[in-house]
Ligand binder design. Structure first.
Ligand code: S3P
Length: 162
């Protein structure tokens, strides 16, 4: 019975790999962004623009405090979730945290195509610089994960969790 938290920057593959991992382990799969979107009846972009980032972060933290009875689940967290308050410590207490550490240039390539759905990137004048700056701030939080996989694929993840 366990909770596996996939953490990492936007575009690091938490959702795609998380779904596959859950399937292979026979666990359920859950996305924190999706949960908040469903609860609010709004997309993440709409929540950021109508209620603000601080509100969104509060929802992420609230969600974590409700997870205690959940088990056998892979959770793909929003990229900023581990970097607020004591969320990283809480996740480490509740389950196994895995940082999907992806090279900056790969992230930039992926996010170039997807930045319109990421409110923190959609207005970036220089995407590379924005990602680099944000990564610098976030790395100390991500580094608290119990495990780190560099440029993870499904095989490396299953090997770690299986
Ligand atoms: C965010 C990442 C997004 C989403 C929101 C904020 C962030 O999730 O939670 O746009 O602060 O890094 P993904 O990491 O799934 O893109």
């Amino acid at each position: 019975m366990s909770i596996i938290f996939l953490i990492g920057f936007m575009g690091s593959g938490k959702s795609t790999l998380g779904k596959e991992l859950a399937e292979q382990l026979g666990y359920s799969f859950f996305e924190t962004d999706g949960w908040i979107e469903e609860k609010e009846g709004l997309s993440v972009t709409e929540i950021f623009s109508s209620k603000g980032e601080a509100y969104f972060r509060d929802q992420e933290s609230k969600l974590l405090s409700q997870l205690q009875l959940t088990s056998d689940i892979v959770i793909a967290t929003g990229g900023g979730m581990p970097c607020v308050g004591n969320n990283m410590d809480l996740m480490n207490q509740l389950g196994t945290t895995i940082w999907l550490d992806v090279e900056e240039k790969i992230l930039v390539g992926r996010l170039e195509k997807e930045k319109s759905t990421r409110p923190l990137l959609s207005n970036a004048a220089d995407l590379s610089t924005t990602i680099r700056d944000l990564l610098e701030i976030r790395k100390p939080f991500y580094q608290k994960a119990k495990f780190t996989i560099q440029n993870a694929d499904i095989n490396s993840l299953v090997k770690l969790c299986g």
